[in-house]
Write a protein that binds this ligand. Structure first.
Ligand SMILES: [Zn+2]
Ligand SMILES: [Zn+2]
Length: 387
């Protein structure tokens, strides 16, 4: 089959990306986005396009030849509750919601890959195009899996891309093994007896206790876990019911912990409970710890990562592919798919002058779209070779 006109494809992907950017939708509310995706996929002539998988997810299937292997490519569609600060022509039309993580670009470049593979072929087997909802919540991939993704649309391997601010345009980076962390959330509630700021001895105020808990939590990573394990424990909020001249009887500490192995996550929770209970006892108040696991660690398969690096080398410029990149202590819902099949998650450059992810002036770099689309097509042809 004839190759698609690349300039025309770039223009199309740019138009899709800007349309999606102007109409961002929060997790599990991606109705317009999902309808847009499904309409485009049907126009490309894919074999099957199914909407409503795991809420607002879309799965499309493309078959060529007689091969029985299947490769999945995944993009995320959700936006964030952030008010955009931009003056470009595709600024968010949905107040308080914006594509600050570039999922508009991920969706557009996977649509571009679907268009390319549907028109050019060049592979033997089945491709599943997965457009997932609610990545930012860490709930969308599980919702699709719970809705029978693996039995309704089986596949052997999965690949996904995320844009990376600071990584030069046209660059590709991944690594075998752990690449992104687990995310756990915690809440520590202290209760005592509040009272007059002038007479602390008559009550059991909790602010000094809460400050001690925050300080003691710093010893989990520095003194209780192996220095060989990468982890982060961050307290992000401390809220009390005190006012300027009244001591609080209630304090709530909130935070976030990152790690790369389930054993480390379990150790953080255990040490946190010991510290919270011991500190509460010292300060004569009661404590309650709630610890939840929101994202699992993202661990790339060694073979799938080697294949991704090979495929990337065929489409990116010499020297622009890094196969042993850095570990990132952010989290990604893509990890849930890797509980079922091997795969690889990788980054493509959003440019050195890009605003950071989740920043109100972030914008996906349209010049990266063709790189993402070409990588997606290349990994399919590499893993499902003809002949
Ligand atoms: Zn994000
Ligand atoms: Zn993201």
């Amino acid at each position: 089959m004839a190759a698609l006109d690349q300039e025309a494809l770039i223009a199309e992907m740019t138009a899709w990306r800007r349309d999606l950017h102007a109409h961002p939708e929060f997790g599990f509310e991606e109705k317009r986005t999902a309808a847009f995706v499904a309409t485009q996929l049907r126009a490309f002539g894919l074999d099957e396009v199914v909407e409503g998988v795991g809420g607002t997810g879309v799965v499309a299937t493309l078959r060529r030849g007689s091969g029985n292997r299947a490769i999945a490519l995944r993009a995320d569609m959700d936006a964030l509750r952030i008010t955009e600060q931009a003056s470009h022509g595709h600024v968010s039309q949905n107040p308080g919601v914006m594509h600050a993580c570039g999922h508009d670009g991920h969706t557009a470049m996977l649509l571009g890959a679907a268009r390319m593979l549907a028109s050019e072929g060049g592979f033997d087997g089945t491709v599943r195009f997965i457009f997932q909802p609610a990545e930012e919540w860490g709930k969308g991939a599980l919702a699709m899996l719970d809705d029978g993704l693996m039995t309704r649309f089986p596949f052997d391997e999965i690949f996904g891309l995320h844009n990376m601010p600071g990584l030069p345009l046209g660059h590709f980076e991944t690594r075998p093994g752990p690449i992104m962390s687990a995310e756990d959330n915690f809440e520590i509630v202290l209760r005592g007896v509040g009272g007059h700021a002038a007479r602390p001895h008559l009550g059991r105020e909790v602010l000094v206790a809460a400050c001690a808990v925050v300080t003691n939590l710093q010893t989990i990573v520095s003194r209780r876990l192996s220095p060989a394990d990468i982890s982060v424990v961050s307290v992000t909020e401390l809220i009390t019911d005190g006012t300027r001249n009244a001591l609080p009887g209630f304090a709530r500490i909130l935070g976030d912990a990152r790690s790369f192995r389930p054993e480390v996550s379990a150790a953080i929770e255990k040490q946190m409970r010991i510290i919270a209970e011991g500190t509460a006892l010292t300060y004569n108040c009661t404590v309650e710890v709630t610890y939840t696991r929101e994202f699992v660690p993202l661990v790339n398969d060694v073979d799938a990562t080697a294949a991704a690096v090979d495929a990337a080398t065929s489409v990116f410029a010499p020297g622009a592919v890094k196969g042993k990149g850095e570990i990132v202590t952010a989290s990604e819902d893509f990890a849930r798919f890797l509980d079922h099949v091997p795969g690889c998650f990788a980054y493509i450059g959003n440019g050195e002058s890009s605003a950071p992810l989740h920043n109100p002036s972030f914008d996906f770099n349209d010049a990266a779209l063709i790189h993402g689309a070409r990588f997606h097509a290349a990994i399919v042809r590499h893993r499902l070779p003809e002949g």
